[in-house]
Design a protein around this ligand. Sequence first.
Ligand code: NAD
Length: 257
Amino acid sequence: MSARALDGKIALVTGASRGIGRGIAERLAQDGATVAIGYARDHEAATTVLDKIRADGGRAFLVHAPLGGHGDAARLWEAFDRAGREHAPDGRLDILVNNAGIGRSSALAELTEDEFDEVFAVNVRAPFFITQQALPRLRDGGRIINISSGVARIAMPEIIAYNATKGALDNFTLNLAAQLGPRGITANSVRPGIIDTDTNAPWLRGNPEAQARAAALSALGRVGEPADVADIVAFLATPDARWITGQTIDATGGSHL
Ligand code: NAD
């Protein structure tokens, strides 16, 4: 087999049991990386991703890592060390993809403090502390890629707290890029538009009208697929993307147009 862009690299993708995270994990593995598949409750789904990667000749392992509580980042890295003994024996890694996220949130008038805390805990606090604790592990020249959202740069009053988490994540990305540049580590955000994942299934799948409305939001006239995001993440992870840092990259099919 000829050399691949990510041969020899170790990657962690949070929330990789399904959706966009699954797409990213599979794509990074295809490109040669050994992928730690972060997951929370859905062991069966995560095992399916692991089996698929291995069946395709790739390398991966599972990291059980529920996120959102205090101490969860430390537990994630303990799980990474336990599960990765064979693949990443020194506990170091090259690529960190903070993908896990939840979409729950309501309009300001109905928003509760519990709802606010939950969405910030998973979408902001978890990536902050996972990344903080990854810094001694990340090799120089490493990559941090945060999965934000196209909604980060517009007002979405009906999901105001979720909207704000992605703005916070993008600013975190800028700070990481500024701090880690001297180590050759890049940090970028990728902002998906509407992607056909399980999280959108209740309103999108089997509803031609909703699909047509969602497709019309993008200049390319269709709803996105996890691979549309994964391909961009995979490029950012390669050595060819070494001069791109502190960017927020829209993966929305041109929905701003
Ligand atoms: P999804 O719900 O299909 O999958 C989310 C993944 O994160 C799952 O693997 C889930 O197990 C994991 N996860 C959720 N909560 C977790 C927790 N508390 N602890 C650990 N893992 C947890 O979501 P998706 O649509 O694939 O979205 C992935 C990312 O992309 C999220 O950050 C989301 O905000 C972002 N995004 C999605 C869309 C979209 O249209 N699907 C658009 C913009 C941004």
